[in-house]
Design a protein around this ligand. Structure first.
Ligand code: G
Ligand code: G
Ligand code: MN
Ligand code: NA
Length: 251
């Protein structure tokens, strides 16, 4: 409850920040997108992990204004970078289920893209299986997002309770293989089998696939051998503040 009270004021006190974690294309060995990850630095609590405060934001409803802040801030960065003459890059933003199901969500996305003059292909929305509970509602939202032209990815793929049939019903673009499958991939035969199969599934469905939480070169080797398109993880970079992203990637 105390943390929730502080979280209430985090936006106005300017305590929220966005970090960016590069995503590496294994075909080109280049970075062609980033994931935006929120950070909260509070006077009392110091750096609070999103794993800790996102659930509080979710249950208190604060996630709506925080999620809105993240989207707008990402669009501002995109505009700033463009005005500096940097090559445009796709940025993936985590969208919580409550935010995704907000009546105004799709309209808000298109308004933001207009306001900051961002081409839709440079915005990706990461949703989890828990956002896709109602077939009709989800189909309608995803179809409208598709019309706008933003990318949609399924985050933490394989960890939810959804059936695979949603891959058939929903217009999604990208599968993000959850890091729990990657962790011990060199030793664990089951994880090996699961990851190989997810990659093939994505390929056969014409979806992009990215592995999360890649920390060791042996994991990368395995993913390369199995034609995983993209990787993200500490092996390449931790999530970095915007200033460092600019120094390291745009210069
Ligand atoms: O950055 P880190 O790996 O510590 O993130 C922990 C969790 O917080 C992850 O599940 C991640 O998806 C989530 N998260 C990070 N940033 C955001 C955000 O901007 N919005 C939402 N809804 N979740 C986020
Ligand atoms: O749920 P989601 O996939 O959005 O969460 C991403 C989280 O994973 C972020 O909190 C990010 O900081 C973290 N992360 C990114 N790369 C690695 C990694 O290589 N290892 C571990 N353990 N965590 C990672
Ligand atoms: Mn994510
Ligand atoms: Na994940």
């Amino acid at each position: 409850a105390l943390m929730e009270a502080h979280l209430h004021r985090a936006i106005e006190l300017n305590e929220l920040m966005i970090y960016f974690q590069p995503q590496v294309n294994l075909e080109t060995n280049k970075i062609d997108s980033f994931e935006a990850l929120i950070r909260w630095e509070n006077r009392k609590f110091g750096m609070v992990s999103p794993a800790q405060f996102i659930p509080i934001a979710e249950s208190s409803g604060l996630i709506i204004s925080i999620g809105e802040w993240v989207l707008e801030r990402v669009c501002q960065y995109q505009k700033e970078w463009r005005e500096c003459g940097f090559k445009p890059v796709r940025v993936a933003v985590n969208i919580s289920p409550k935010q995704f199901k907000q009546k105004s969500f799709v309209k808000r996305i298109s308004a933001l893209l207009k306001e900051y003059a961002i081409e839709p292909k440079y915005l990706e929305l990461e949703i989890t299986e828990s956002s896709m509970t109602d077939l009709h509602e989800t189909t309608s939202i995803l179809k409208r997002l598709k019309e706008i032209g933003v990318y949609v990815s399924v985050d933490d793929f394989g960890t939810g309770y959804s059936s695979l049939s949603y891959l058939k019903e929903y217009p999604i673009d990208i599968i993000k293989i959850d890091q729990s499958f990657i962790v011990d991939i060199e030793k664990d035969q089951k994880n090996k089998a699961i990851v190989e199969t997810i990659i093939l599934l994505a390929q056969n469905l014409g979806l992009e696939v990215i592995a999360e939480g890649v920390e060791e070169s042996g994991q990368e080797q395995f993913l390369r051998e199995n034609n995983c398109q993209k990787v993200q993880g500490y092996l390449y970079n931790r999530p970095l503040p915007a200033k460092q992203i600019v120094e390291q990637y745009f210069h």
